[in-house]
Every structure is written in structure tokens, then in C-alpha cells.
Design a protein around this ligand. Sequence first.
Ligand code: IPE
Ligand code: IPE
Ligand code: MG
Length: 234
Amino acid sequence: MSTSSQLHVAIVMDGNGRWAVERGLPRIAGHRQGAQAVHDIVAAAPGLGVTALTIFAFSTENWKRPPDEVSYILQLFVSMVTKWLPELISQHVRVRIIGDRAALPGDVSASVEAIEKRTAFCDGLHLNVALNYGGRAEILLAAKTFAAECAAGTAAPEDLTEDRFDSYLWLRGEVPPDIVVRTGAESRVSNFLLWEMAYAELFFLDVLWPDFTPATLDMIVHKFKSRNRRFGGS
Ligand code: IPE
Ligand code: IPE
Ligand code: MG
């Protein structure tokens, strides 16, 4: 549970392809416009009280897409990181990538390393970018890491607590998301933050991701504040 001064928003940014198709454009035009929406949301988030923002950019299942689209999405990440890095640093944004980076192409993992290293000392917004991320993969990795410690004799099964399990996750150290948003008119979580979203407030929006604006985020934060979170209490 986060303290009142922390607000973690996680977003499944869906609907880029449909946004483009509706305009008679190739799907990649939707990804490009979606990247612009990311830029604007990152800039606006701290002013809306958001202290951590976790965005789903590419899932472990998205490799099923045509190779051209996969490579466009990954290269878009590289070019945006390069372009936005000075601005992110001036905004004190600390960027972390969550996901299986071993399977990423070399230039993409080099960009991942660079952006994390260059923003590691920033003390503002925590921006977590889920890239080649899957919630089940994250849980499996945690289970394997703990199992390996048990096999090595440095841990015993009864040592495992929720806090310790958290420490094996890619998103370790972050408060759990208070809000999970999915755009694109689908009511599913598509393998995002399965462990972490246990008590998140969910928002499913009809808006396609490229049309998501700071005003949309503002509306969600306001609605969130009027929700009654009970965490199982009465
Ligand atoms: C979300 O938009 C972006 C990624 C999954 C990378 P989509 O590309 O899934 O857009 P739709 O759902 O096909 O409209
Ligand atoms: C979820 O969107 C993944 C990202 C936003 C990166 P998808 O478009 O891949 O999800 P499904 O296929 O509709 O479940
Ligand atoms: Mg989609």
C-alpha cells in the first residue's frame, strides 16, 4: 500500500493500430503518435501528483506481430530515448526498464543501459517502461531466483514472504500501482503487472492511446480520489 504522498499510475497503452487504421494510415503511424502521447503524459504527470508512472510499451506476446511492426516499435523506443534524454534529465525523471532485456536487439539494450545510467541519479518522477515485459514471466523469474537460492542453501522455503518475493521482481522497490489504466476499449489486463496490481483501482477507457492527453490523466486521478479503497477492510 502506498503512502498518501505517493501515487503510482500504470498504463496499458492500447489502440495505436486502430487509431491509424481509422485515419487510413499504416499502423506504425499510430505508434509514432502514441509516442508523442507518452512524451506529453510524462511531462504532465508530476503536476498531477503522480510520483511513479509505469507504461506498457511492448509485451512478451507482441513478438507475434509482423517483424516490420516489431522492429518499428523497438526502433521507436531507441529514437525516442535518444531524443528525449536531455529533457528527461532536466525534468529529473528516473527511467527504469522492466522486462526481459536479454532478448532485445543490441542497439535496443544499449539504449536501455544508457537511459538508466544517465537518469539513475534523478530524484523526480519514476518512469518505468515495460519492454519485452510479461507479468507471468516476471513471476516465473522471481520463483526461479528464489528456488535457486534454496538449492544453493542460502534460503529456505519458509523464508519467503510477500516483501521478499517483491525483491525478485523487475519492478522491485516501487510501491504497487494505485491506478491501472487500459486504453483502447478492451477490458483485459493482457499480462501486465499481475503480481503488483492486486489492489489497484482499474480504469478501462474507450479512448485510443494516441488520443490520451494530460486532461484524461487528470480526470482519472480525480476519479481515483473519490474511490473508497478498503484493502479488504470493512
Ligand atoms: C498498443 O497499440 C501498442 C502496442 C501493443 C505496442 P496496438 O498496436 O495494440 O493497437 P491496436 O490494439 O491494434 O489498435
Ligand atoms: C497490450 O496490448 C500490450 C501493450 C500495450 C504493449 P495488446 O494489443 O498487445 O493486447 P491484446 O493483444 O489486445 O490483449
Ligand atoms: Mg492492441
